[in-house]
Design a protein around this ligand. Structure first.
Ligand SMILES: [Zn+2]
Length: 268
């Protein structure tokens, strides 16, 4: 397997990766994960991932995760804007709505998400969207602002077939994680991920989160992933996405790499 893989969601500033960034990246490279999108989830992490992206020749995002929307203040817009002007910062986010645990109130999440839509419009960059348990509200906001939201990815999609259809109707790209490998949580996805058009598909680990409980993999991979999810496990995601879309592994590598170049505006 010599194909290049792109992990579009790596939380490299998470504490568990602290001081091990190079090791994590080297291990990923050995598994043909040649590119990563390093995601920011507040101002500090957006600055950090920008620096890491520059150092390791990746790209990064800048934004406030909905959990952190409560930390938004009058300076946040301008601070993010200055980060987003750097050439290797290629998307606005993570941003969106997460009503699963409501670490920030839904009202604050909503208004901060609108700020991110304005940032995407002003910078002409794509939106990197996180949505959990907030599908109807998210679709409503995207529909109301569709002229300003031309390029969007909903990362870590774990919803229903109807939700997927509605997102695709809005022209949204879809990121699939290791849930697809997980017999307990991701089984429902296997029946319909083949409706995602080739040019809308991304794969990701969302590491170090979302460790999938894989039952059909080698035990050593399963237990390692349970312990800590890492970008190198993107290979397992790619294999299962290929399997359930009835496409080859090589083909998944190729289309997701091409989508990465086009969506994030990379000149190779
Ligand atoms: Zn997320």
């Amino acid at each position: 397997m010599s194909n290049k893989l792109v992990d579009i969601c790596v939380n490299l500033t998470d504490d568990v990766f602290l001081g091990k960034e190079k090791k994590i990246i080297d291990a990923a490279n050995k598994n043909n994960i040649s590119k990563m999108v390093l995601v920011g989830n507040d101002l500090e992490s957006s600055k950090k991932v920008s620096a890491l992206a520059e150092e390791f020749n990746f790209i990064s995002t800048a934004g406030y995760h909905p959990h952190n929307a409560k930390d938004w203040n009058i300076n946040s817009y301008e601070c993010l804007l200055s980060i987003l002007k750097k050439g290797h910062v290629k998307a606005v986010g993570e941003c969106g709505l997460d009503f699963n645990r409501n670490f920030s109130t839904p009202e604050i999440q909503h208004s901060v998400f609108l700020e991110h839509i304005n940032l995407a419009k002003q910078t002409n960059l794509p939106l990197f969207i996180h949505e959990r348990d907030a599908f109807h509200q998210m679709v409503g906001i995207l529909k109301d602002n569709i002229d300003d939201c031309k390029n969007m990815v909903v990362h870590c999609f774990t919803g229903t077939k109807n939700a997927l259809i509605d997102y695709l109707d809005l022209g949204v790209h879809i990121g699939l994680t290791g849930w697809i490998c997980d017999d307990r949580r991701g089984k429902h996805l296997r029946d319909f991920i083949n409706i995602i058009p080739d040019d809308k598909l991304f794969i990701e680990t969302d590491s170090p989160y979302l460790s999938p409980y894989i039952s059909n993999k080698k035990p050593e991979i399963t237990s390692a992933m349970k312990h800590l999810n890492k970008p190198e496990y993107l290979v397992e995601v790619a294999k299962d996405v290929a399997k359930y879309r009835n496409q080859s592994y090589d083909y998944i590598c190729e289309i997701t790499y091409q989508n990465y170049l086009k969506f994030f505006g990379i000149d190779k």
